[in-house]
Design a protein around this ligand. Structure first.
Ligand code: ADP
Length: 485
């Protein structure tokens, strides 16, 4: 039988380039799909980091996309340590720069992001029109950076592939001025409220949601949330109209990369049988971060983009109270400069109990997951969230707000859930500092009840967060799209 052919278009994929959860998903979901015998191949921009890390890069094709742009080359390589082919758009003027995939080193968005990701979307659509040797039946688009592809294919008279638009975060829509229409080569009449236009601007994500054959988001709860005004970021009405084609599929985690039994970044590996070995990771983390050695204090960890979304502003006012209550806090993150500054100031006030590392550090992120006792994710909204699942599988108890994927994955330690051995963490409802404080106090109190704590750890560690079930749901959706006219 012929394999199902899928092009997975994305602006980031671990280990080539990653800024957040999208990078993790675009590595682990394609791997899970390959295990289900899907011929899935990635399409990525040729950032310097990608070209450096990709093995066996060959020139595949040379194409002229826009008259004003240099011809681009399509390269093909293999994902490090994997067999997934990766197509890379080689266009040095667009992608080879110092800085991140979306922003320069000062944190400012690249001015030509519309063109940079317009080109990514266009090449994805060319695959969908079967211009190249690999002829996908599905073009699977991820977030706004690839969201013009479904529109190109809907406008094309050779739309061979069906399109899936996966929304990993509604808050990032790719909004640009109306000149973008011409810059990225779209017909002027396409700039209207049925598709591309959003209050006078071009919205990449709106176009993707409007034109894709199917729309997915990364948890069932977030699929409901985004159809409401509170979470829809202005696109709730459109999402409601597309309700029949909208599916929430929960993300999984990659157990090859995130597994306390074989994580090479850890001082000691552990599992449910030798859970006491986790303590060694806590001790080493404390030393590494210059925190006071203590057996009694729970260590609370956070690894996050420092943005409003993640509820950092809820934590800042209660840190002095938490410190007084005898907890330690280790935060790794980067983002908003004001939040970075506030956190660093607090860490300087309480050096024995609080450490803040500003930056991006893959190794430290694993060490915090393993070394912390509690993991904090008080997000205002959370499409899925991966860190709470990493935490549960590392025996690190998450504290989360009841929203999006956090509500789908963490079961609150109520007396009843504890009795039924279902509880895996602590959940609070409203996004305010008081509720968060109360929830942390609840967790800290429970920390001294060793048997119950261990039960929470084991329940989380034995939950199945693998991709298997979700990858099967994507395969069904691919078949459904192919079979629907
Ligand atoms: P989001 O995609 O909204 O940032 P997720 O919880 O879905 O949030 O995924 C975040 C991913 O990015 C996790 O793998 C997390 O460990 C990683 N991450 C976030 N910030 C950092 C950082 N400063 N250093 C290392 N990894 C980070």
């Amino acid at each position: 039988m012929n394999k199902l052919r899928v092009l997975f278009a994305t602006s980031e994929a671990y280990p080539l380039i990653k800024t957040g959860g999208l990078g993790d998903v675009c590595y682990s979901l394609p791997n899970a799909l390959r295990q289900l015998d899907v011929d899935v191949r990635l399409l990525l921009p040729g950032y310097s980091a990608v070209l450096e890390r990709l093995s066996l890069v060959e020139v595949h094709d040379s194409i002229n996309i826009y008259p004003l742009l240099e011809p681009i080359r399509l390269l093909v390589g293999i994902m490090p340590g994997e067999i997934t082919p990766v197509y890379v758009i080689d266009c040095p003027t667009l992608y080879q720069r110092d800085g991140g995939p979306y922003q320069d080193i000062t944190g400012k968005d690249w001015e030509d992001n519309a063109v940079r990701f317009g080109v990514l979307s266009k090449v994805a659509a060319l695959f969908g029109e079967h211009h190249f040797l690999f002829k996908p039946q599905i073009v699977h688009c991820n977030d706004w950076q690839t969201a013009i592809a479904p529109m190109w294919l809907a406008l094309s008279n050779r739309p061979y592939a069906k399109t899936i638009m996966s929304v990993h975060n509604m808050a990032y829509q790719g909004l640009f001025g109306p000149k973008t229409v011409e810059q990225i080569g779209l017909p002027p009449e396409s700039f209207n409220m049925f598709g591309l236009e959003f209050y006078g601007k071009v919205s990449f994500l709106k176009a993707g949601i409007y034109y894709a054959n199917q729309v997915t988001t990364v948890s069932p709860n977030y699929a409901k949330d985004i159809q409401t005004q509170a979470y829809g970021c202005g696109l709730d009405t459109l999402l409601k109209e597309r309700q029949k084609q909208l599916t929430g599929i929960i993300n999984g985690i990659d157990l090859e990369v995130w597994n306390p039994e074989k994580d090479t970044y850890l001082n000691r590996n552990y599992n449910t049988i030798n859970l006491s070995a986790k303590v060694r990771n806590t001790q080493v983390l404390r030393t590494q971060l210059n925190l006071e050695a203590s057996k009694k204090m729970p260590l609370i960890g956070m690894v996050t983009r420092l943005t409003e979304q993640k509820g950092i502003d809820l934590i800042i006012p209660i840190i002095p109270m938490l410190i007084k209550a005898g907890v330690q806090i280790a935060i790794l993150g980067s983002g908003d400069k004001t939040l970075e500054m506030h956190l660093q100031r607090l860490a300087a006030l309480y050096p024995k109990q609080m450490n803040v590392t500003i930056g991006y550090d893959e190794k430290l992120s694993h060490q915090i997951e393993a070394g912390a006792n509690i993991f904090l994710m008080p997000s205002k909204f959370e499409p899925c969230g991966l860190n709470q699942m990493y935490s549960m599988s590392y025996g690190t108890i998450p504290i989360v707000r009841h929203t999006g994927g956090l509500a789908d994955t963490v079961i609150d330690a109520t007396p009843e859930n504890i009795k039924n051995e279902l509880a895996t963490g602590f959940v609070f409802e409203r996004a305010n500092s008081n509720e968060l404080l109360y929830c942390v106090q609840r967790a800290v109190k429970m920390f001294s009840n060793k048997p119950v704590w261990k039960q929470l750890q084991i329940t989380g560690m034995t939950r199945d967060f693998s991709w298997q079930k979700s990858a099967k749901q994507y395969v069904s959706l691919y078949h459904h799209s192919i079979n629907t006219i």
